[in-house]
Design a protein around this ligand. Structure first.
Ligand SMILES: Cc1ncc(COP(=O)(O)O)c(C=O)c1O
Length: 358
Protein backbone atom coordinates (compact mmCIF):
# COMPACT_ATOMS: atom_id res chain seq x y z
CA UNK A 1 0.00 0.00 0.00
CA UNK A 2 1.27 3.50 -0.82
CA UNK A 3 1.18 6.48 1.51
CA UNK A 4 -2.18 7.69 2.68
CA UNK A 5 -3.28 11.27 3.12
CA UNK A 6 -3.23 11.16 6.90
CA UNK A 7 -5.50 13.85 8.36
CA UNK A 8 -4.70 12.80 11.96
CA UNK A 9 -4.28 15.50 14.60
CA UNK A 10 -0.90 14.09 15.62
CA UNK A 11 1.23 12.13 15.14
CA UNK A 12 0.79 13.72 11.75
CA UNK A 13 2.32 13.64 8.29
CA UNK A 14 5.96 14.60 8.05
CA UNK A 15 7.71 15.94 4.93
CA UNK A 16 8.13 12.93 2.65
CA UNK A 17 11.65 13.88 1.62
CA UNK A 18 12.62 14.16 5.30
CA UNK A 19 11.40 10.60 5.82
CA UNK A 20 13.40 9.48 2.79
CA UNK A 21 16.53 11.25 4.03
CA UNK A 22 16.11 9.57 7.43
CA UNK A 23 15.58 6.23 5.71
CA UNK A 24 18.72 6.59 3.60
CA UNK A 25 20.71 7.46 6.70
CA UNK A 26 19.05 5.07 9.13
CA UNK A 27 21.88 2.55 9.42
CA UNK A 28 24.90 4.67 8.50
CA UNK A 29 24.12 8.30 9.14
CA UNK A 30 26.06 10.56 6.80
CA UNK A 31 29.11 8.27 6.77
CA UNK A 32 29.49 8.05 10.55
CA UNK A 33 29.05 4.27 10.55
CA UNK A 34 26.14 4.42 12.97
CA UNK A 35 22.53 5.44 13.21
CA UNK A 36 21.48 8.74 14.79
CA UNK A 37 19.73 6.49 17.33
CA UNK A 38 23.09 4.99 18.29
CA UNK A 39 25.23 8.11 18.41
CA UNK A 40 26.71 9.26 21.72
CA UNK A 41 24.56 12.21 22.67
CA UNK A 42 27.59 14.25 23.72
CA UNK A 43 29.66 13.36 20.66
CA UNK A 44 30.46 15.86 17.90
CA UNK A 45 27.96 14.40 15.39
CA UNK A 46 24.94 14.67 17.64
CA UNK A 47 26.07 18.00 19.09
CA UNK A 48 26.04 19.36 15.54
CA UNK A 49 22.49 18.06 15.02
CA UNK A 50 21.22 19.62 18.25
CA UNK A 51 22.97 22.94 17.68
CA UNK A 52 21.66 23.29 14.15
CA UNK A 53 18.11 22.42 15.30
CA UNK A 54 18.27 25.10 18.01
CA UNK A 55 19.72 27.69 15.62
CA UNK A 56 17.15 26.97 12.90
CA UNK A 57 14.25 27.05 15.34
CA UNK A 58 15.38 30.45 16.62
CA UNK A 59 15.90 31.76 13.12
CA UNK A 60 12.43 30.65 11.96
CA UNK A 61 10.81 32.08 15.11
CA UNK A 62 12.74 35.32 14.70
CA UNK A 63 14.04 35.18 18.27
CA UNK A 64 17.56 36.19 19.25
CA UNK A 65 20.13 35.58 21.96
CA UNK A 66 17.75 36.66 24.70
CA UNK A 67 15.99 33.30 24.17
CA UNK A 68 17.04 29.73 24.89
CA UNK A 69 15.53 26.75 23.13
CA UNK A 70 15.35 23.30 24.71
CA UNK A 71 14.15 19.87 23.67
CA UNK A 72 12.25 18.40 26.58
CA UNK A 73 10.83 14.87 26.76
CA UNK A 74 7.21 14.30 27.64
CA UNK A 75 5.49 16.31 24.94
CA UNK A 76 3.33 19.37 25.44
CA UNK A 77 1.55 17.73 28.38
CA UNK A 78 4.79 17.76 30.35
CA UNK A 79 4.89 21.52 29.81
CA UNK A 80 1.42 21.84 31.32
CA UNK A 81 3.05 20.59 34.55
CA UNK A 82 6.56 22.02 34.25
CA UNK A 83 5.43 25.59 33.77
CA UNK A 84 3.45 25.89 37.03
CA UNK A 85 6.00 23.77 38.92
CA UNK A 86 8.68 26.28 37.95
CA UNK A 87 6.73 29.42 38.79
CA UNK A 88 3.84 28.75 41.16
CA UNK A 89 3.56 27.68 44.80
CA UNK A 90 4.10 29.80 47.90
CA UNK A 91 1.11 31.99 47.17
CA UNK A 92 2.04 32.80 43.57
CA UNK A 93 -0.70 32.71 40.95
CA UNK A 94 -0.91 32.66 37.15
CA UNK A 95 -3.64 33.70 34.70
CA UNK A 96 -4.98 31.06 32.30
CA UNK A 97 -7.14 31.50 29.24
CA UNK A 98 -9.51 28.55 29.32
CA UNK A 99 -10.11 28.38 25.59
CA UNK A 100 -10.94 24.71 25.14
CA UNK A 101 -9.92 21.16 26.02
CA UNK A 102 -6.18 21.93 25.88
CA UNK A 103 -6.32 25.26 27.66
CA UNK A 104 -8.36 23.55 30.36
CA UNK A 105 -5.90 20.70 30.68
CA UNK A 106 -3.10 23.23 31.16
CA UNK A 107 -5.18 25.14 33.73
CA UNK A 108 -5.83 21.97 35.74
CA UNK A 109 -2.09 21.35 36.11
CA UNK A 110 -1.57 24.92 37.32
CA UNK A 111 -4.27 24.38 39.94
CA UNK A 112 -2.54 21.17 41.01
CA UNK A 113 0.78 22.99 41.48
CA UNK A 114 -0.44 26.32 42.86
CA UNK A 115 -3.00 29.03 42.24
CA UNK A 116 -4.45 30.07 38.93
CA UNK A 117 -7.15 32.49 37.82
CA UNK A 118 -9.22 32.15 34.67
CA UNK A 119 -8.69 35.22 32.49
CA UNK A 120 -11.35 34.21 29.96
CA UNK A 121 -13.43 31.13 29.34
CA UNK A 122 -14.70 29.92 25.98
CA UNK A 123 -14.23 26.22 26.68
CA UNK A 124 -17.88 25.33 26.23
CA UNK A 125 -18.74 27.83 23.49
CA UNK A 126 -20.68 26.48 20.55
CA UNK A 127 -19.73 27.26 17.85
CA UNK A 128 -16.18 26.95 19.13
CA UNK A 129 -14.34 30.21 19.52
CA UNK A 130 -11.40 31.86 21.25
CA UNK A 131 -11.49 34.83 23.61
CA UNK A 132 -10.59 38.10 21.90
CA UNK A 133 -7.83 40.06 23.63
CA UNK A 134 -10.33 42.60 24.97
CA UNK A 135 -12.37 39.81 26.58
CA UNK A 136 -9.48 38.71 28.82
CA UNK A 137 -9.40 39.95 32.41
CA UNK A 138 -5.87 39.87 33.77
CA UNK A 139 -4.92 39.81 37.43
CA UNK A 140 -2.57 42.39 38.84
CA UNK A 141 -0.03 40.04 40.33
CA UNK A 142 0.07 37.02 38.05
CA UNK A 143 3.57 35.61 37.58
CA UNK A 144 2.70 34.62 34.04
CA UNK A 145 -0.30 34.33 31.73
CA UNK A 146 -0.96 31.21 29.67
CA UNK A 147 -2.78 30.86 26.36
CA UNK A 148 -3.33 28.11 23.80
CA UNK A 149 -2.96 29.60 20.33
CA UNK A 150 -4.88 26.82 18.60
CA UNK A 151 -7.42 24.48 20.15
CA UNK A 152 -6.75 21.28 18.21
CA UNK A 153 -9.97 19.48 19.18
CA UNK A 154 -12.40 22.36 18.66
CA UNK A 155 -10.68 23.70 15.54
CA UNK A 156 -10.54 27.26 16.91
CA UNK A 157 -7.51 29.50 16.58
CA UNK A 158 -6.48 32.80 18.14
CA UNK A 159 -6.16 35.40 15.45
CA UNK A 160 -4.99 38.21 17.73
CA UNK A 161 -2.62 37.42 20.57
CA UNK A 162 -3.51 39.16 23.85
CA UNK A 163 -0.97 41.32 25.64
CA UNK A 164 -1.33 40.67 29.37
CA UNK A 165 0.72 42.60 31.92
CA UNK A 166 2.44 39.38 33.07
CA UNK A 167 4.97 37.43 30.93
CA UNK A 168 3.06 35.50 28.28
CA UNK A 169 3.39 31.71 27.93
CA UNK A 170 1.77 29.81 25.07
CA UNK A 171 1.00 26.29 24.01
CA UNK A 172 1.52 26.42 20.24
CA UNK A 173 1.49 22.68 19.63
CA UNK A 174 -0.94 22.72 16.75
CA UNK A 175 -0.01 25.94 14.95
CA UNK A 176 3.69 26.59 15.45
CA UNK A 177 5.17 27.97 12.20
CA UNK A 178 1.76 27.45 10.55
CA UNK A 179 0.60 31.08 10.61
CA UNK A 180 2.48 34.37 10.97
CA UNK A 181 3.14 35.19 14.64
CA UNK A 182 5.37 37.61 16.48
CA UNK A 183 7.21 35.15 18.71
CA UNK A 184 9.03 37.95 20.54
CA UNK A 185 5.78 38.68 22.38
CA UNK A 186 6.18 35.46 24.35
CA UNK A 187 8.27 34.90 27.46
CA UNK A 188 7.88 31.17 26.89
CA UNK A 189 6.31 29.13 24.13
CA UNK A 190 6.23 25.43 23.48
CA UNK A 191 4.98 22.88 21.02
CA UNK A 192 4.62 19.11 21.19
CA UNK A 193 6.62 18.04 18.16
CA UNK A 194 4.23 15.54 16.58
CA UNK A 195 2.07 17.95 14.57
CA UNK A 196 4.24 20.49 12.82
CA UNK A 197 7.80 19.51 13.72
CA UNK A 198 8.66 15.84 14.12
CA UNK A 199 7.86 12.63 15.98
CA UNK A 200 5.88 12.46 19.24
CA UNK A 201 7.22 12.42 22.78
CA UNK A 202 9.07 15.72 22.93
CA UNK A 203 8.30 19.41 23.16
CA UNK A 204 10.38 22.21 21.75
CA UNK A 205 10.38 24.95 24.38
CA UNK A 206 11.64 28.50 23.87
CA UNK A 207 12.11 30.79 26.85
CA UNK A 208 13.31 34.29 27.31
CA UNK A 209 16.31 34.03 29.59
CA UNK A 210 15.13 36.67 32.06
CA UNK A 211 11.87 34.76 32.54
CA UNK A 212 13.69 31.45 32.94
CA UNK A 213 15.97 33.04 35.53
CA UNK A 214 12.97 33.97 37.69
CA UNK A 215 11.87 30.32 38.10
CA UNK A 216 11.82 28.61 41.48
CA UNK A 217 15.10 26.83 42.31
CA UNK A 218 13.35 24.24 44.48
CA UNK A 219 11.97 22.15 41.60
CA UNK A 220 13.61 18.71 41.09
CA UNK A 221 16.40 19.14 38.57
CA UNK A 222 14.82 17.18 35.72
CA UNK A 223 11.73 19.41 35.83
CA UNK A 224 13.60 22.68 36.25
CA UNK A 225 13.79 24.94 33.20
CA UNK A 226 17.25 26.20 34.07
CA UNK A 227 18.55 22.62 33.94
CA UNK A 228 17.69 22.40 30.25
CA UNK A 229 19.22 25.77 29.54
CA UNK A 230 22.41 25.16 31.49
CA UNK A 231 22.86 21.64 30.12
CA UNK A 232 21.79 22.48 26.53
CA UNK A 233 19.09 19.78 26.62
CA UNK A 234 21.63 17.14 27.73
CA UNK A 235 20.82 16.82 31.43
CA UNK A 236 19.64 13.32 30.69
CA UNK A 237 19.96 11.30 27.48
CA UNK A 238 17.72 13.34 25.18
CA UNK A 239 15.18 12.12 22.62
CA UNK A 240 17.94 12.10 19.98
CA UNK A 241 15.82 10.73 17.14
CA UNK A 242 13.04 13.29 17.72
CA UNK A 243 15.58 16.10 17.71
CA UNK A 244 17.12 14.80 14.49
CA UNK A 245 13.76 14.47 12.70
CA UNK A 246 12.79 17.93 13.93
CA UNK A 247 16.01 19.25 12.40
CA UNK A 248 15.13 17.66 9.04
CA UNK A 249 11.69 19.32 9.19
CA UNK A 250 13.09 22.72 10.20
CA UNK A 251 15.58 22.59 7.33
CA UNK A 252 12.71 22.11 4.91
CA UNK A 253 10.69 24.93 6.45
CA UNK A 254 13.66 27.21 6.04
CA UNK A 255 14.37 26.11 2.48
CA UNK A 256 10.81 26.65 1.45
CA UNK A 257 10.44 29.87 3.40
CA UNK A 258 7.79 30.43 6.04
CA UNK A 259 5.88 32.89 3.83
CA UNK A 260 5.36 30.11 1.28
CA UNK A 261 4.29 27.70 4.04
CA UNK A 262 1.83 30.25 5.50
CA UNK A 263 0.33 30.95 2.08
CA UNK A 264 -0.09 27.26 1.33
CA UNK A 265 -1.62 26.60 4.75
CA UNK A 266 -4.10 29.44 4.25
CA UNK A 267 -5.02 28.08 0.81
CA UNK A 268 -5.47 24.55 2.13
CA UNK A 269 -7.77 25.71 4.93
CA UNK A 270 -9.73 28.02 2.62
CA UNK A 271 -10.43 25.15 0.23
CA UNK A 272 -11.89 22.98 2.99
CA UNK A 273 -13.95 25.79 4.54
CA UNK A 274 -15.27 26.64 1.07
CA UNK A 275 -16.35 23.02 0.66
CA UNK A 276 -18.07 23.13 4.06
CA UNK A 277 -19.80 26.45 3.30
CA UNK A 278 -20.88 25.36 -0.17
CA UNK A 279 -24.15 23.85 1.09
CA UNK A 280 -26.24 23.20 4.18
CA UNK A 281 -25.22 19.54 4.03
CA UNK A 282 -22.01 20.37 5.90
CA UNK A 283 -21.76 22.38 9.09
CA UNK A 284 -18.52 23.91 10.35
CA UNK A 285 -18.32 23.71 14.12
CA UNK A 286 -16.03 26.69 14.74
CA UNK A 287 -17.13 30.31 14.67
CA UNK A 288 -15.94 31.61 11.25
CA UNK A 289 -13.98 34.40 12.97
CA UNK A 290 -11.82 31.85 14.77
CA UNK A 291 -11.61 29.02 12.28
CA UNK A 292 -8.34 27.16 12.60
CA UNK A 293 -5.93 27.02 9.70
CA UNK A 294 -4.62 23.65 10.88
CA UNK A 295 -7.63 21.74 12.29
CA UNK A 296 -10.83 21.98 10.27
CA UNK A 297 -13.82 20.68 12.25
CA UNK A 298 -17.19 19.93 10.73
CA UNK A 299 -20.30 17.78 10.91
CA UNK A 300 -22.74 15.98 8.68
CA UNK A 301 -26.51 15.76 9.26
CA UNK A 302 -26.20 12.43 11.15
CA UNK A 303 -23.62 10.32 12.93
CA UNK A 304 -24.37 7.49 10.50
CA UNK A 305 -23.36 9.72 7.59
CA UNK A 306 -20.23 10.79 9.48
CA UNK A 307 -19.22 7.16 9.97
CA UNK A 308 -19.88 6.41 6.32
CA UNK A 309 -17.82 9.44 5.32
CA UNK A 310 -14.87 8.37 7.50
CA UNK A 311 -15.04 4.83 6.12
CA UNK A 312 -15.34 5.76 2.46
CA UNK A 313 -12.58 8.36 2.75
CA UNK A 314 -10.30 5.75 4.35
CA UNK A 315 -11.07 3.34 1.49
CA UNK A 316 -9.79 6.08 -0.82
CA UNK A 317 -6.60 6.54 1.18
CA UNK A 318 -7.69 9.49 3.33
CA UNK A 319 -7.40 8.54 7.00
CA UNK A 320 -7.73 10.16 10.41
CA UNK A 321 -10.86 12.20 9.66
CA UNK A 322 -12.88 11.26 12.72
CA UNK A 323 -13.24 14.08 15.27
CA UNK A 324 -11.79 13.75 18.75
CA UNK A 325 -13.64 11.19 20.87
CA UNK A 326 -14.81 13.97 23.22
CA UNK A 327 -16.22 16.13 20.41
CA UNK A 328 -17.52 13.71 17.78
CA UNK A 329 -18.01 14.85 14.21
CA UNK A 330 -15.23 15.17 11.68
CA UNK A 331 -11.86 16.85 11.69
CA UNK A 332 -9.26 17.33 9.01
CA UNK A 333 -5.87 18.19 10.48
CA UNK A 334 -3.73 19.80 7.81
CA UNK A 335 -0.46 20.84 9.40
CA UNK A 336 2.58 22.32 7.66
CA UNK A 337 3.70 19.09 6.01
CA UNK A 338 0.24 18.04 4.84
CA UNK A 339 0.27 18.16 1.02
CA UNK A 340 -2.13 20.49 -0.77
CA UNK A 341 -3.06 17.68 -3.20
CA UNK A 342 -4.52 15.78 -0.24
CA UNK A 343 -6.76 18.72 0.57
CA UNK A 344 -7.87 18.93 -3.07
CA UNK A 345 -8.63 15.23 -2.98
CA UNK A 346 -10.72 15.59 0.19
CA UNK A 347 -12.64 18.60 -1.17
CA UNK A 348 -13.45 16.60 -4.32
CA UNK A 349 -14.58 13.62 -2.27
CA UNK A 350 -16.81 15.89 -0.17
CA UNK A 351 -18.63 17.01 -3.34
CA UNK A 352 -19.03 13.43 -4.49
CA UNK A 353 -20.24 12.31 -1.06
CA UNK A 354 -22.83 15.07 -0.99
CA UNK A 355 -24.05 14.18 -4.47
CA UNK A 356 -24.67 10.60 -3.38
CA UNK A 357 -25.96 11.23 0.15
CA UNK A 358 -27.21 14.81 0.25
C1 LIG B 1 -2.87 22.18 21.72
C2 LIG B 1 -2.31 20.91 22.31
N1 LIG B 1 -1.64 20.98 23.46
C3 LIG B 1 -1.10 19.88 24.02
C4 LIG B 1 -1.24 18.64 23.45
C5 LIG B 1 -0.64 17.44 24.12
O1 LIG B 1 0.54 17.10 23.49
P1 LIG B 1 1.38 15.82 23.91
O2 LIG B 1 0.56 14.64 23.52
O3 LIG B 1 2.64 15.99 23.13
O4 LIG B 1 1.61 15.88 25.37
C6 LIG B 1 -1.93 18.52 22.24
C7 LIG B 1 -2.05 17.18 21.62
O5 LIG B 1 -2.84 16.91 20.76
C8 LIG B 1 -2.48 19.69 21.67
O6 LIG B 1 -3.17 19.60 20.53
Amino acid sequence: MGRTYNFSPGPAMMPLDALHEAQENLVDAYGTGMSVMEMPHRGPEFTAIRDEAVALFKELAGIGDEYSVAFIPGGASMQFAMLPLNYLGQGRSADYVNSGAWGYKALRQALAAGDAATAADTRRSAPARMPRPDECKWSENAVYAHITTNETIAGAQMKDIPEPPAPLAADMSSDIFAVPRDYTKFALFYAGAQKNLGPAGMAVVAFRRDFAASASPSVPEILRYSTYIDEHSLYNTPPCWCIYMTLLTLRRLKKEGLETVFARNARKAAKLYAAIDSSGFWRGTADPEFRSVTNVTFRLPSEELESLFVKQAADLGMTGLRGHRSAGGLRASIYNAFPEEGVDRLAEFMKEFERKNG
